[in-house]
Design a protein around this ligand. Structure first.
Ligand SMILES: [Cu+2]
Length: 131
């Protein structure tokens, strides 16, 4: 009986320890929010956040959230890239049909940033609002 009590205590401590260790790990593994940004007809379109069909839409990011940007070039014969000012995001230069995934953690300082394509800044430029 004495042993049984000891075993119970050891089990309890082990389970508690495992929970303390693993719960934060599980929370960290929360999947990033995916935002699909497509370069098409010399502008950016975004197929998430209910922004379909809007050219160079304003995007809303929440500070601290993880975002997975899937950037795709859908413009035959034209190369594009994607820069997000102030967040240190700079994609590769993509040719037609190419795509690139960029994962970022939104910084804590709220405000408005801009995103653009280096080659077509006048036509391909939008805002990102960090709240
Ligand atoms: Cu471009």
């Amino acid at each position: 009986m004495k042993n049984l009590g000891l075993i119970s205590v050891i089990l309890l401590v082990s389970i508690t320890g495992a929970l303390v260790l693993f719960v934060p790990l599980l929370q960290d593994k929360k999947l990033p929010r995916e935002v699909v940004i497509v370069a098409e007809d010399m502008s950016f379109t975004v197929s998430t956040q209910n922004l379909e069909g809007i050219k160079n839409p304003t995007l809303n990011f929440i500070r601290g959230e993880k975002i997975s940007i899937l950037f795709r070039n859908n413009d035959p014969g034209i190369r594009h890239d994607l820069i997000i000012e102030g967040l240190g995001i700079k994609s590769s230069i993509l040719s037609y049909g190419e795509s690139e995934r960029i994962i970022l953690t939104v910084p804590d300082n709220v405000g408005t940033r801009s995103y653009y394509c280096t080659f077509h800044m006048l036509m391909m430029k939008g805002l990102i609002v960090i709240e």
